[in-house]
Design a protein around this ligand. Structure first.
Ligand code: PLP
Length: 410
């Protein structure tokens, strides 16, 4: 593979035109869409309108006039299409951590009598913190049991109330078998929560297909909703009237504008909404979701896997001699859309890459993480990123104090 071959792949790429829908800084190779997706051009005009006309001119009438109030459900239906949900199964609200608290508390209450919440050590720390916070608060013998990622399936038994797993591991990129784990949970009478943070907009969604009970996910990664964009929660239609989160508020009330003293949850997924939603973020996300019209998730994921495999192969071939190795899942049929490279100097190497406008991120203890977002990453980008990495390593360009000083966000 040389650069010409990469350019030839771009010419045949069905997603090549989608790149025009995004505002990508000139000369930048952006391989961090798994942490913060790039700006969709349509979001600029949409947010401008929301600020100047909706907020600036129409003010409070915009809740009705510009459909603000129903955006959490409207956008939820757009997200449902990508994650394998059905209309009315997804609400957009809050953050993953907050939504996880809501669905986890609802699930635990539904399985009263059972005391184990099962998760794995590859899960994102915040997910584990939420479960720790909830068990400590309940102080009634509930425990969070954390096993190795490959032990999840065999650890599900009839003591387990809830299995809580992130489909795609944020470091190894390993993809859990949603169907097998959900089926085992149900066979044992447990409820199943999936975190789709690194799945939504990256891998074909299968929530209804695998019969998931709950799911959460964020929209600022592969869905390009912008910094702090609200997250989503999926609740299977069969459970929506039967489960109640510990955190409720007036936006989840069946009749919020009746201002009743007693809480009565909406008879659908809306009860997982709590309070007033951030409308400027919400409209940006709504515009970002429209970019997904007509996108085949199967084709998108196939391109991502091809890019990941190409990147890993080139990085190993060209940079292995400088101590670079590919970390994590090597079976390309079982992974998400990012690749981690391990090196003892990963932090400084990533800073040197960033100074050359090749953007990825660092994940402790020693990983450089690169995300492949086929809507706007080209094969030439993949090739060029490895070329930059090769230069940074072969000339030891990373070996400078300014690249070693750690910033607050890595
Ligand atoms: C990114 C990510 C989160 C982020 O949670 P927020 O509360 O939205 O900040 C949670 N879980 C996983 C698995 C993630 O990758």
């Amino acid at each position: 593979m040389n650069r010409k071959d990469a350019v030839a792949l771009d010419r045949k790429d069905v997603f090549a035109k989608k790149r025009n829908a995004f505002s990508i800084p000139k000369g930048m190779i952006y391989l961090d869409g798994n942490s913060l997706g790039v700006l969709p051009k349509a979001a600029v005009a949409r947010v401008k309108h929301a600020v100047e006309v909706e907020w600036g001119r129409d003010l409070i009438t915009s809740w009705n006039k510009h459909g603000w109030f129903h955006l959490p459900q409207v956008i939820g239906d757009k997200i449902a299409k990508l994650i394998g949900g059905v209309p009315g199964s997804v609400i957009v609200a809050d953050t993953i951590s907050v939504n996880l608290f809501k669905v986890l508390s609802a699930a635990v209450a539904k399985r009263r009598g059972r005391k184990v919440i099962l998760s794995d050590s590859g899960n994102f720390p915040s997910d584990l913190y939420v479960a720790q916070g909830l068990t400590q608060f309940m102080a009634d013998g509930h425990v969070l049991k954390v096993v190795e990622p490959d032990q999840v399936l065999q650890s599900i038994n009839e003591d387990v109330a809830v299995v809580m797993v992130t489909e795609v591991d944020y470091r190894t990129s390993h993809r859990h078998d949603m169907k097998a784990i959900t089926a085992k949970a149900h066979e044992n009478g447990a409820l199943m929560i999936w975190d789709l943070a690194h799945s939504a907009g990256s891998v074909p969604g299968r929530l209804m297909d695998v019969d998931a009970d709950f799911a959460v996910g964020c929209t600022y990664k592969y869905l390009n909703g912008g910094p702090g964009a609200p997250a989503f929660a999926f609740v299977h239609p069969r459970l929506q009237k039967e489960v109640m989160p510990a955190l409720v508020g007036w936006w989840g009330h069946a009749k919020p504008f009746a201002f009743a003293q007693q809480f009565a949850g909406a008879e659908n997924v809306t009860r997982f909404q709590v309070g007033t939603q951030p409308m400027l973020n919400m409209v940006a996300l709504d515009a970002a979701m429209d970019v997904w019209k007509g996108v085949s998730m199967e084709k998108l994921h196939a391109k991502a896997m091809k890019q990941c495999a190409l990147f890993a192969k080139l990085a190993e071939e060209r940079c292995g001699k400088f101590g670079i190795s590919v970390h994590g899942e090597q079976d390309w049929s079982q992974r998400g859309s990012h690749v981690c490279l391990a090196h003892d100097e990963s932090y400084a190497i990533m800073q040197a890459l960033i100074s050359r406008k090749v953007i990825g991120d660092f994940r402790a203890p020693n990983l450089m993480r690169f995300g492949f977002t086929p809507l706007y990453v080209s094969y030439a980008d993949v090739y060029d990123a490895v070329e930059h990495l090769h230069q940074v390593l072969s000339k030891r360009l990373w070996d400078k104090p300014k690249f070693k000083a750690k910033a607050a966000v890595t």
